[in-house]
Design a binder for this molecule. Structure first.
Ligand SMILES: [Zn+2]
Length: 561
């Protein structure tokens, strides 16, 4: 059933979008199911979908009483403090792929930030989720950014299919953030790269992006002083050693010419939001005959989290500044008189560094050892079976998907998976190893995401086109960075709730606010927004359900519930 459903979705996206998707779809294309839209009276004119990269439910809970700006406004709306990126591979690309498609990675095809494709003949076998591999040049160099791997339509694409006049615009600090929220059929899309905002290959930068880039260039040339330390950040403002890196006391002074310091700071989010407002004007978003969509993915929280963890002065300042920047962003929309609805969520959660967690009552947290790796497994099992160890077993890190060399026969593959499972599960840092067969045989869960088993979480991440031969889950609290280095001391990506749980906040003028502590999913966002604007998608278009966003007697799901 899963495969049939997936192919139908390929067909839908193929017919909805100008860009080619995958040859498989062309062979089995079925007529696209109809999407219709009857915009209800009083519907918002602009849907604003914001993703805060690595904004976990835990840091939302930690800071929410401090917020006075944009976050404070959103906490007056429909508040779901226990939203879930319900799948196991809690990385940026899969997470962003769920938010506006309403589909889990099993259906979006975005199983991880990167996966191994052994059929690739140019360059590395590691394929980036937002990369068009067919455009690789044999000389190496950078990749060509593209949403080509995204297998299902985004909400903006459904809106454009129902009403071609609808505008679909996305901006982000990362290409994958913008492309996974925007999709294939997108009017304007920009992301930060190096020292400026850029767009898809073959497209010109619009005047608005050129203007924003000029402002950022001026700031980069000049530099900027550190941000003030709010009083409530003071107790976090203490140095902690992670390997050779000292973190905990950064206040984000910007040295002239240091684009990297700009990227890992609240300034990146401020610039992304500035560009978003400029695009609202340029594209006349929210002033159209039909509703438009603006997707904004704000990346700095993730960069700050990776570079300095979640519990230092750095994250405290980042969230304080982001709250203010979001407040200014909403005020800009208000000033323009635009009738908009907002959803804010995250692509995944996050986790602090073991070195600081040890001081804070989580003594069991640790960094992963070198035994849990494709190289170590290849060496041991290559020797056992007399197989060449080079590229016998491949992975893109110690946790997550692992692949066996594709030319092995099924019997050898089966033995290798069994042995890898036995070897790894004997390691005290490993929770479980699940084979692709076990995961594929697990029914897609239908219960509330709090109660899913690890196999069910893996199932929501599993797509046979891209997934590996087995998956390795480390124990709770084991950080898959063996040796911390500058810019990379902490991470996410695990199937544990510190990485799965994210807030989901909806806000719209006039809605009766409420707080619902029970678990919901990020795949519920697209059907909930679709209902607000009277968009009816074909049965089965979404894995999620419509959430009634009005805490009073009104029901925003209406007939489409
Ligand atoms: Zn992310």
């Amino acid at each position: 059933m899963f495969r049939v459903k997936t192919l139908t979705r390929y067909a839908a996206v193929l017919l909805a979008c100008a860009a080619p998707v995958v040859p498989l779809a062309a062979q089995e294309a079925a007529p696209a199911p109809a999407v219709t839209q009857q915009v209800p009276a009083g519907a918002p004119k602009l849907l604003v979908a914001i993703s805060i990269d690595q904004f976990s439910a835990d840091i939302f809970a930690q800071y929410r009483q401090r917020f006075t700006g944009g976050f404070a406004r959103l906490t007056q709306g429909a508040v779901f403090p226990a939203g879930f990126q319900s799948h196991a591979a809690t990385e940026t690309c899969p997470g962003h792929s769920t938010i506006l498609t309403g589909n889990r990675p099993a259906h979006t095809g975005i199983i991880a930030n990167s996966w191994i494709d052994q059929t690739v003949t140019t360059g590395s076998k590691v394929v980036y989720c937002a990369e068009d591999v067919s455009k690789r040049s044999s000389g190496g160099g950078g990749y060509v950014a593209s949403p080509v791997h995204l297998l299902v339509p985004t909400l903006g694409e459904w809106m454009k299919k129902a009403n071609p006049a609808a505008r679909n615009v996305a901006v982000s600090g990362k290409d994958r953030g913008a492309l996974m929220m925007g999709g294939h059929d997108i009017d304007q899309v920009y992301w930060w790269k190096g020292k400026q905002f850029v767009t898809l290959a073959g497209r010109e930068l619009g005047a608005t992006a050129v203007a924003e880039n000029a402002e950022v260039t001026k700031l980069l040339e000049k530099g900027a002083p550190a941000f003030p330390l709010p009083a409530w950040c003071a107790r976090q403002d203490r140095p902690v050693q992670a390997g050779s890196v000292t973190i905990g006391t950064g206040h984000f002074a910007l040295k002239a010419g240091e684009a990297e310091q700009f990227r890992v700071s609240p300034r990146l989010d401020r610039a992304t939001l500035d560009l978003a407002v400029k695009l609202v004007d340029e594209q006349k978003l929210g002033r159209n005959t039909v509703p438009d969509l603006l997707a904004v993915s704000l990346s700095a929280t993730d960069y700050v989290g990776h570079a300095t963890g979640t519990e230092g002065a750095e994250m405290c300042i980042q969230l304080t500044q982001l709250d203010l920047a979001l407040g200014d962003f909403f005020a800009s929309l208000d000033k323009r008189g635009i009738d908009y609805a907002v959803v804010l969520t995250a692509d995944h959660g996050g986790f602090d560094i073991p070195e600081r967690l040890h001081e804070q009552a989580l003594e069991k947290s640790a960094r992963v050892g070198s035994a849990v790796s494709a190289q170590a497994l290849s060496a041991t099992l290559g020797k056992k079976y007399g197989l060449e160890p080079k590229n016998l077993i491949l992975s893109d890190g110690p946790s997550g998907d692992y692949w066996l060399r594709r030319d092995l026969d099924a019997g050898t593959k089966g033995k290798l998976v069994d042995d890898a499972k036995a070897l790894l599960e004997a390691d005290p840092q490993v929770e479980v190893v699940l084979s692709a067969a076990e995961i594929a045989a697990t029914p897609m869960p239908t219960r509330s995401p709090e109660s899913w088993t690890l196999a069910e979480r893996a199932r929501a991440s599993y797509n046979p086109l891209h997934s590996g031969d087995f998956v390795v889950f480390l124990k709770r609290g084991i950080v898959p960075i063996p040796a911390p280095g500058p810019g990379y001391v902490a991470t996410h990506g695990s199937p544990w709730d510190y990485d799965r749980r994210v807030p989901i906040l909806f806000w719209r003028k006039g809605l009766t606010g409420f707080e619902q502590p029970s678990g919901v999913e990020t795949v519920d966002i697209a059907p909930s927004l679709a209902a607000l604007i009277g968009l009816k998608t074909p049965q089965g278009a979404f894995d999620g359900r419509c959430l009634d966003l009005d805490g009073g007697t009104a029901n925003t799901c209406g007939a489409s519930k």
